[in-house]
Design a binder for this molecule. Structure first.
Ligand SMILES: Cc1cc2nc3c(=O)[nH]c(=O)nc-3n(C[C@H](O)[C@H](O)[C@H](O)COP(=O)(O)OP(=O)(O)OC[C@H]3O[C@@H](n4cnc5c(N)ncnc54)[C@H](O)[C@@H]3O)c2cc1C
Length: 373
C-alpha cells in the first residue's frame, strides 16, 4: 500500500513509524510544508517534553472517542512504544518526561527511526488539492503522487511558526468537512484590570472561573501575572474552558492564600493595620496592588479579574476546535471519503496541560496505524 501522511508532527511521524514497522511492504511518504519535521516537539514542556500522564483520563478529554481510544492506547502502551524508540522516560508525579529531560532526545530518537525504516520525507511542500480517481488518491504538490490512503495530521492553529498554521483547513472544508472554529487555548489571558505593577509576580493561588454566577472551573497552582493579564498553568487550563466560547462574560477569582482561612485574616486585621497585614501575608508587589483597597481581606481571598480576551495562537500551546468527530468513523476514517484518516490535534479533541495532548497525538496515530486497511 502507498500511504501519504500530510504533516510531519508527532502524530504524523508516530503513524509513519508504527505503520512501517508493522507493514514493511507499505511505502510511506510524509509531506511536511515547513523545512523540518517534528519542530514543535522541541518547544514542548519548556524544552523538556512532558510526553504523557499516568493519571486518570476519564474527565480530561472533551471527546468520548478520544477517551475510548486512549483507554486502550494508554500510558503503558504508549510508554512501550517510546521505549521501542529508546526513549526512556521518568515520572515527576503523574507527569512523564524523557529521562534526559530534553525534548531533543525525543526528536532525535524519532528521526533516527524514520531514517532506519526508509520513510520518505518531503519537506517544504504545499498540497494544493487531492482527488479520488480509479481507486487511488492523487495528491497534488509540485508533482502528482498516487497513493491508496491519506492520513492528515496537520495539527491545529497554535504556534504557527512551528508549522501548524491551519493552511490546509480551507481545502478540507472544500472537500465538505465541517470544522469547528479554532480558538487558542492553554494560553495567557488579557484582563480588563491593569496588572502592570504585578508583571512577573508568581503566586500559588486557587483560581475559580465564573460565568453568569456559575462556577465553570476551579484549580489550584501557580499563577503568573503579566503586564496585561494572567498566565501560569492554572490560567492555561482555565483558558481552555473560555476557548469554547470567548464571547461570554467571564470572571476569574483568585484566592491568593488558599491555605489561610479568612477568619485568621480578620483576626489579624483587628490587631494590625492594613499595611502590616498585606506585607505579612503577601508578595510585596501584590501588597502594593491591594494597598488602595478598603476591602483588602476579601480581595486576598477573592481577587477579581474580568476576562478581556485570550492571547493569540502564537502564544498558545493548543487550539480548541478542528474537524468535527461526527465526520469520522470509530477508526478515525472519514465518513465522506474512504481511505482518508485524521490524527492528532487537527481533530476536535483537546485536553489540559500535563502531557495529555501529546498522548492524544501519539495514541490516535498508533490507533490509526493499527486500524488502517
Ligand atoms: C510551546 C508548546 C508547548 C507544549 N507542551 C506540551 C507538553 O509538554 N505536553 C503535551 O502533551 N503537549 C504539549 N503541547 C501541545 C502538543 O505539542 C501538541 O498537542 C502536539 O504537538 C500535536 O501534535 P500533532 O502532530 O497533532 O500536530 P503538530 O505537532 O502541530 O504537527 C503538525 C505538523 O503538520 C504540519 N503541517 C501543517 N499544515 C500543513 C500543510 N498544509 N501541509 C503539510 N504539513 C503541514 C506542521 O508543520 C507540523 O509539522 C505544547 C505545544 C506548544 C506549542
Amino acid at each position: 500500500m502507498r500511504i501519504a501522511v500530510i504533516g510531519g508532527g508527532v502524530s504524523g511521524i508516530t503513524f509513519a513509524i508504527n505503520r512501517k514497522r508493522n507493514h514493511p511492504e507499505d511505502e510511506i511518504f510524509v509531506f511536511e510544508h515547513s523545512d523540518k519535521i517534528l519542530k514543535k516537539v522541541l518547544a514542548t514542556g519548556n524544552g523538556k517534553c512532558n510526553i504523557a500522564n499516568t493519571g486518570e483520563i476519564d474527565k480530561v478529554y472533551n471527546s468520548s472517542i478520544a477517551l475510548e481510544i486512549l483507554n486502550k492506547y494508554d500510558y503503558n502502551y504508549q510508554n512501550r512504544f517510546l521505549d521501542s524508540l529508546n526513549i526512556k522516560t521518568k515520572l515527576v508525579g503523574d507527569l512523564s518526561y524523557p529521562i534526559s529531560e530534553s525534548a531533543v532526545t525525543v526528536r532525535n530518537a524519532y528521526l533516527k527511526e524514520v531514517e532506519r525504516l526508509g520513510i520518505k520525507v518531503v519537506t517544504d511542500t504545499t498540497i494544493t488539492d487531492y482527488q479520488h480517481r480509479d481507486n487511488v488518491y492523487i495528491i497534488k504538490v509540485d508533482k502528482e503522487y498516487l497513493v491508496d490512503r491519506i492520513v492528515f495530521a496537520i495539527g491545529g492553529k497554535s504556534s504557527p511558526k512551528l508549522g501548524s498554521d491551519g493552511s490546509l483547513f480551507p481545502l478540507l472544508k472544500k472537500h465538505g468537512y465541517q470544522v469547528k472554529e479554532f480558538n487558542p487555548a492553554l494560553c495567557p489571558i488579557y484582563t480588563k484590570e491593569k496588572t502592570k505593577i504585578l508583571d512577573g509576580t508568581r503566586v500559588k493561588a486557587k483560581a475559580t472561573l465564573v460565568c453568569e454566577d456559575k462556577i465553570l472551573f476551579e484549580e489550584s497552582g501557580e499563577v503568573l501575572f503579566k503586564e496585561h493579564g494572567l498566565s501560569g498553568i492554572v490560567i492555561f487550563n482555565l483558558s481552555r474552558i473560555i476557548a469554547q466560547n470567548t464571547s461570554r462574560k467571564y470572571v476569574i477569582l483568585l484566592d491568593l492564600l488558599p491555605d489561610v482561612d479568612i477568619e485568621e485574616l480578620y483576626k489579624f486585621s483587628k490587631k494590625h493595620d492594613k499595611e502590616t497585614l498585606l506585607n505579612s501575608y503577601l508578595h510585596p508587589n501584590i501588597a502594593k496592588y491591594l494597598s488602595d483597597r478598603s476591602d483588602y481581606v476579601n480581595s486576598i481571598k477573592m481577587l477579581e479579574f474580568k476576562f478581556d480576551k485570550l492571547y493569540g495562537f502564537e502564544n498558545s500551546q493548543i487550539s480548541v476546535g478542528g474537524i468535527l468527530l461526527n465526520e469520522v468513523n470509530n477508526d478515525l476514517m472519514s465518513k465522506k471519503e474512504k481511505g482518508i484518516y485524521f490524527a492528532g490535534e487537527m481533530l476536535d479533541v483537546d485536553a489540559p496541560c500535563g502531557g495529555y495532548n501529546l498522548m492524544w497525538a501519539i495514541g490516535s496515530a498508533l490507533y490509526i496505524s493499527d486500524k488502517l486497511k
